[in-house]
Design a protein around this ligand. Sequence first.
Ligand code: SF4
Length: 348
Amino acid sequence: MRELVEQLTSTGRLDNASLKALVTQCATDDGVLQLLRDNAVRTAREQFGRGIYIRGLIELSSYCRCDCLYCGLRRSNRLAERYRLTHDEVMECCKEGYRLGFRTFVLQGGEDGTHTDKWLTELVSTMRREYPDVAITLSLGERGEESFRRLYEAGANRYLLRHEAANAQLYESLHPAGRGLQHRLDCLEALKRIGYQTGMGMMIGVKGQTIDHIVEDLQLIARMQPEMVGIGPFLPHRATPLGNEPAGDLRLVLATVAIVRLMLPKALLPSTTALATLSPTGRLEGVLSGANVVMPNLSPSDIRAKYAIYENKASWGKEAAEGVAALDAELHTIGYHIDYARGDFNLK
Ligand code: SF4
């Protein structure tokens, strides 16, 4: 098994059978998991040193027309508290975030029908005009190629759109009312074509997912070469059809993050909020598996609890923008620090 880790480290690739064997072994073998993570950390340090980029997350809207089985914001959840930020509220978040040192803003939200191209392009243009040196990342679900293009031309730089499952059957089972896996992949291709730094990703441990599915995800990521990859554990939300399912396994998440780091040495990999929610040490464990980004919450404090994709989401303390000093102190305990640069994908 150690040879597989070394092969992955030196070539960035493994065939399906080898990947399956490695992921399976990591579920129970501390030595192999540690070797994998150590190699991933070394690879990340060669690219990024000991700096961890921060992104200020602004949760734009909890309205969503989709019905993803795992998500607390799904349209069928009548108990979800809905809100949407106004243009001015978003700009207030940016003002505070910029003051705190953030140089990437991430606008994330459900697929809210009121977020027309006009409204969003005005917002992005204003952000671009007032903060010319920041990166603007969008995470607003599937849109048409023309819409992606308008937002890019308005000043957006990056787009996060998790593919969620490379296996069509698993994808359909999680998104019964969705537009299908091919549509999701077409969106990702369009984003890359337009010039966005593009992010993919998936949850580990969602109902129906097997190790074979994770291998399919990893191979899709290796083929598509996204600039960003977000991987976190599945976390149940009780007001969803998956509310009684167990959370994803920490070891499998860490193994998957480490494998992606070795496949894509330059990729921007967040240590996700879901990981920090799953385990008190999750954020640091993510960094010690090759992650190099954290995304504290810049949303107004009174709405954070309402953006409940899953329950008990960490959005206070070190997960909150006002907690950057505490986050930096926490990173220092493992020899890392916050890097306040805007942290674009580096092609060189
Ligand atoms: S995962 Fe995203 S697209 Fe799906 S229901 Fe939740 S907010 Fe909407």
